[in-house]
Unconditional design. Structure first.
Length: 629
């Protein structure tokens, strides 16, 4: 473990100061020219009358010679160690030279108890205290808040640095206006919300938004994670909550930001099997609720918090008067992604022909953090190939690295495996290029990537979709099963390569039957259990038991299997009508390893369209969220 240099210097200063005190004591209180003599010699000096000024101590006797030491030296003083009187008389009668054993001096005595004490202090400072997490303050600061305090000059982030979440920014601008001018909002009796909860998936910019609010308002910013309140001692977290809010009141106007609120605010009763109000997390949450009730929003203290799991938070935390407002910070749409990319692209040397909108179109579902990583990966790829700027191809390759994983050219497949993979991927591509409403195929490759991908087919969405109808879901299932259909046609056999495709197709089919009511035999009923917070659950939430019988279960399984079978038959029909094209493009893919967008457009012009074999009428009014599939 690393020991700070200043601590070691202070330690040696203490040691040197102690040694100096001992030396000075010896110089002031011990006589000079002191000669140690045996006790028997001392008795002879007394008998001969040569000793004077005798000082008898508990263990030692000191005195002076009446005359200099036989004229041989100028030693005037002597010291001897005492021997018990009865023993001394016995030894004297035998003419034995004897002396006492000197006991430990002051220096040895003090050093004997000082060294263990100093060793314990050093052990505590550099080994024990860092592991207990009490920081520089030790036990005296165990109940102090460890929130990082940022003042105005430290906050450089503004709303200009946050892109793609315009709705969230508009909601938070009101908080900034209140902090800058509280009287304007109070003239009609209104007050700013006490607490604002930022809700959204990881990486969408919730922490960045909180810092931007503080930067825009120019106020003190207290930032702490929810996990930092909780310690092994019951009551420590509650003390830190009290200390944090006390600091905020003294520094008002101020913003208190609690990141990862779910680490602190889980539903009470879910921490221990039997609930229990003495749990440290529950005590800390109770104190937080009390503090939120007790502080006045007009004093200029605003509480911001962020979480990506709002469903497990305690209901008392979300009620009006505490977190009055919830702001959704969702994944950005295509326009938002383009704005975020522009912010991050300003930090790299970009080529002149990079269309930001095209890059944004290739990244559906990416968060702000994902897009920042994408720009960095593209810059690294351009640097690795020795380019002067980052080009569009670098962004395309970076997307492939993020989505599919790194290329594994050292993963050698045998000839038959390569042939199977080529037919599999071309099956996906040809089916996708045949069916209407499917995202265009951007690239097909048989170069292994990531952990298990032996090839991949990349599609480029033309636009963000929020609703999908039944026909579109069926077409997506057909594309997913196109790989297995191609294997079945070409080799009269299927492989394990379609495992992921089957999982995704099954999930779509089950959602269609259980959630969206898209099966005529089961009717317009949602059979999927809904999550609800129940006390005693392992994470504050528990699933309701199944609410349908065995006959309905059998009907659901039959409906799911029917949808998948119909999608597979349609994929087989499409590829059978284009069998020669499938074989030719698979052979060419084995040689080229990759088809670009231009190559795929040329192939699409040779396709023979096939009408759908799925004859179930489509309810025109049924539409579902695109992300659910």
């Amino acid at each position: 473990m690393e020991i700070k240099r200043e601590h070691m210097i202070n330690f040696w200063y203490v040691v040197l100061a102690f040694m100096a005190v001992v030396v000075i004591r010896d110089m002031l209180f011990e006589p000079t020219h002191l000669k140690a003599i045996p006790y028997s010699e001392f008795q002879q000096l007394v008998d001969q009358g040569k000793a004077a000024d005798i000082v008898v101590g508990p263990d030692r006797i000191t005195g002076t010679y009446k005359t200099p030491d036989g004229g041989q030296s100028q030693v005037q003083h002597f010291i001897t160690e005492r021997v018990p009187q009865d023993l001394a008389e016995t030894l004297s009668k035998k003419n034995v030279t004897f002396s006492g054993q000197p006991g430990p001096g002051l220096f040895q005595t003090v050093l004997g108890w000082l060294l263990p004490t100093v060793g314990f202090i050093v052990l505590w400072m550099f080994l024990v205290r860092p592991m207990t997490g009490h920081g520089a303050g030790g036990l005296m600061s165990i109940g102090k808040s460890r929130a990082k305090v940022f003042v105005e000059k430290d906050i450089k982030t503004t709303f200009a640095d946050v892109a793609g979440v315009d709705e969230a920014k508009e909601e938070l601008k009101e908080v900034v206006s209140f902090l800058k001018d509280p009287t304007r909002y109070g003239r009609l009796g209104a007050h700013v919300p006490k607490g604002v909860l930022l809700v959204g998936p990881p990486g969408t910019g919730k922490t960045l938004l909180a810092r931007a609010v503080a930067g825009e308002a120019g106020v003190t910013f207290f930032s702490i994670s929810g996990s930092e309140f909780v310690e092994m001692f019951v009551g420590v977290g509650a003390a830190r909550v009290r200390d944090l809010f006390e600091q905020a009141r003294r520094s008002a106007p101020a913003i208190v930001f609690i990141d990862e609120l779910d680490a602190l605010g889980r539903a009470r009763g879910s921490f221990l099997p039997g609930g229990g109000g003495h749990d440290e997390k529950e005590q800390t949450l109770n104190q937080l609720l009390t503090e939120m009730d007790g502080f006045d929003a007009s004093a200029g203290v605003v509480l911001l918090a962020a979480t990506n799991r709002p469903e497990i938070l305690d209901p008392a935390l979300l009620r009006a008067g505490r977190f009055d407002r919830q702001v959704l910070v969702d994944r950005p749409d295509k326009k938002g992604r383009a704005e975020i990319l522009q912010v991050h692209m300003q930090k790299v040397k970009l080529a002149s022909n990079v269309p930001v909108d095209d890059v944004a179109a290739l990244t559906p579902g990416f968060t702000g953090a994902d897009l920042a990583n994408l720009v960095n990966e593209a810059a690294l790829l351009a640097t690795r190939r020795g380019a002067e700027s980052v080009a569009l191809d670098d962004f395309t390759q970076a997307i492939e690295r993020i989505v599919a994983g790194l290329e594994k050219r050292n993963r050698l497949l045998n000839a038959h495996e390569r042939e199977v993979v080529a037919h599999h991927e071309m099956g996906h591509a040809l089916v996708a290029m045949t069916l209407p409403g499917i995202d265009p195929v951007q690239k097909v490759s048989i170069i292994p990537r990531g952990i298990a991908a032996l090839g991949y087919t990349m599609q480029r969405p033309l636009e963000d979709r929020f609703l999908m109808d039944r026909a579109e879901l069926l077409n997506r299932m057909t594309v997913l099963l196109g790989g297995r259909a191609a294997e079945s046609l070409a080799f009269d056999e299927v492989s394990t390569g379609a495992a992921d495709d089957l999982g995704k197709a099954t999930e779509i089919a089950r959602n269609m039957v259980l959630r969206y009511g898209m099966d005529e035999t089961l009717g317009q009923v949602s059979y999927e259990p809904q999550a609800a917070p129940l006390l005693g659950g392992s994470d504050g939430a528990e699933w309701h038991p199944r609410r349908y019988g065995e006959e309905t279960t059998a009907a659901i399984d039959k409906a799911v299997r029917g949808l998948i079978d119909n999608a597979f038959r349609e994929a087989v029909a499409i590829l059978a009508s284009n069998r020669k094209l499938l074989e030719q493009t698979a052979r060419d893919l084995l040689a080229k390893e990759t088809y670009s967008a231009d190559d795929l457009r040329a192939i699409a012009s040779k396709l023979t369209p096939v009408s759908s074999t799925e004859k179930t009428p489509k309810p025109a009014a049924l539409v579902v969220p695109a992300r659910a599939g």
